[in-house]
Design a protein around this ligand. Structure first.
Ligand code: MV4
Length: 508
């Protein structure tokens, strides 16, 4: 086992910050790459070293495989952490790292490849005894094969691109009469989008939940499951809220889904962090959909209920360390909820809201974690995903977590850009959400019907000029409180400290 001395982070934003924190705890030197749009970004300020990698468009910067590996070699980095998105799920990149003697902090190219083709993955899952949605055995050769398969499993069915994933290249077919046209379009779309026109068919599962299982594998063949995340609250395939545990998953179902996820990962020789996505129907049956071969945005909810640090674990297993006893028989403790803060305007159809953050106050306090990739003064560009931060709360139970979420959202202030916070305020006021009654279509349906109107926050003006005035006012207040004011308004903490009553060691 070789301990890493330096790791290069091939990512940006909050996940780059997240990885930096893990590196700091492990006393591993850090380096980041950054595009021209990210010169003043938070990870660049936090890392030990930062290297420009190209212009703002990702294709010319964060996706430059050769340049990134060359850089890692030239600066003496032992490993590359890809974060999520960008190069994180590219088998060629994992292979290129291996070729050049740099550890890829993620699964092998074989494991990524083994899950990349949905048709091949389905076959492997069936062979491994992992439940999948009833459907075609392989790619559909022609329309006759599609018709025969659809008749066998019954309508409604879903046509999916083998090279798709994450909601891309899917089509619901409700009746036999629509199949011919749908089949033709699905193949043409798959060919145009992915350069691979293979499609397959599954029975369409009505109103399921999206429940995923976190897995972690070491380089010695051991794979463990770390419980589920409920991810049904999504808008147009973009997750909005995630939680753990799921309100509909009990110990028995958790154990069975965990076993299926471990079998799925083991079937492709998986190592490092990964996630098996399942559909869970109203009768409690679950079906493997696909595997995400990376650390995910929503990993913190698992961290909050397990007490584990998944990014530290990623780095440790990538160094060759075996998974220790702390990863055995992990059960969730309490309840965690994550909301994704996006720089988008919920009052304008969630249009991106780029610009400069003029004032930022991140929430703190008991049970609150905020993973942000920005600071007050950061410029949000149009080039990348609009997620600026994640707010994660923990409570002993879901009710306490919801209370803390409400309180934390009250503390949060973002001025200068629009955010989706009003959507979370609306969710917190919704009886179905509070009761955990939802499926994967619930949010789109509610928003479409206008039943979940974003809540304008009381008295908080959004005009930049007013934000500046508020900032000025707050600064004046804090100066007054610290000593500029009358005796009666002086901080009691300072007064106590002066009297000698607040020295370290004098608490008990
Ligand atoms: C499905 C499905 C219903 N039945 N497959 C969307 C993302 C991709 N991973 C698979 N997806 C779906 N596959 C069958 N057979 C419904 C979806 C789906 C979905 C799944 C998870 C989260 C959100 C979703 C939103 C719409 C459709």
């Amino acid at each position: 086992m070789k301990r890493f001395r330096k790791v290069l982070i091939a990512n940006r934003g909050e996940i780059a910050v997240r990885v930096l924190r893990a590196l700091r705890e492990l006393e591993i030197a850090s380096a980041v790459i950054y595009s021209e749009a990210d010169r003043d970004a938070l990870p660049v300020l936090m890392a030990d070293q930062a290297f420009p990698i190209g212009p703002a468009p990702a294709a010319e910067s964060y996706l430059r495989m050769e340049a990134i590996v060359d850089l890692a070699v030239s600066i003496g980095a032992d490993a590359i952490h890809p974060g999520y998105g960008f190069l994180s799920e590219r088998a060629e990149f994992s292979a290129l790292c291996r070729e050049r003697g740099v550890v890829f902090v993620g699964p092998s190219p074989e494991a990524i490849g083994g899950m990349g083709s949905k048709v091949a993955a389905r076959r492997r899952m069936i062979a491994a005894g992992v439940p999948v949605v009833p459907g075609s055995d392989g790619p559909l050769d022609d329309f006759d094969a599609a018709r025969a398969c659809a008749e066998r499993i019954g309508f409604p069915v879903m046509l999916k691109a083998s090279a798709g994933g994450g909601g891309k290249g899917m089509r619901v077919v409700r009746a036999a009469a629509e199949l011919a046209e749908a089949y033709r379009l699905a193949r043409a779309e798959a060919g145009a989008s992915f350069g691979d026109d293979a499609v397959f068919l599954e029975r369409f599962v009505e109103r399921p939940r999206h429940v995923e299982i976190q897995v972690l594998g070491d380089l010695h063949g051991k794979v463990v499951s770390l419980g589920e995340r409920e991810c049904s609250l999504q808008r147009r395939h973009q997750k909005v809220v995630e939680e753990s545990p799921s309100t509909v998953v009990g110990p028995e179902l958790r154990r069975r889904m965990g076993e299926a996820a471990v079998a799925a990962a083991s079937a492709v020789g998986y190592s490092n962090a990964g996630t098996c996505e399942f559909l869970l129907d109203a009768e409690g049956r679950f079906y493997f959909l696909e595997m995400n071969t990376r650390i995910q945005v929503e990993h913190p909810v698992t961290e909050m209920v397990t007490g584990l640090d998944l990014v530290v674990a990623q780095l440790r297993v990538a160094q060759g360390e075996p998974l220790g006893p702390e990863f055995e028989g992990v059960e969730p403790r309490g309840h965690a909820i994550e909301v994704r803060l996006y720089a988008e305007d919920p009052f304008r159809k969630f249009a991106p809201s780029p610009g400069r953050i003029l004032w930022l106050r991140l929430p703190q306090g008991p049970g609150v974690r905020c993973d942000a990739g920005v600071y007050g003064g950061s410029e949000i560009s149009i080039y990348y995903d609009p997620m600026i931060a994640k707010l994660i709360v923990w409570g002993r139970d879901r009710v306490e977590a919801l209370r803390r979420l409400g309180r934390a959202l009250e503390e949060l202030r973002v001025e200068g850009i629009r955010t989706n916070v009003p959507l979370f305020e609306a969710l917190l006021a919704d009886a179905d959400f509070r009761a955990g009654r939802f499926d994967i279509h619930w949010l789109d349906r509610k928003l479409g019907a206008g039943e979940l109107a974003p809540v304008e926050r009381a008295g908080l003006p959004d005009l930049p000029i007013l934000a500046a005035a508020i900032a000025h006012y707050e600064r004046a207040q804090s100066v007054a409180a610290v000593g500029g004011g009358a005796a009666g308004s002086r901080s009691r903490w300072r007064t106590a400290a002066r009297r000698g009553g607040l020295r370290s060691g004098s608490w008990s």
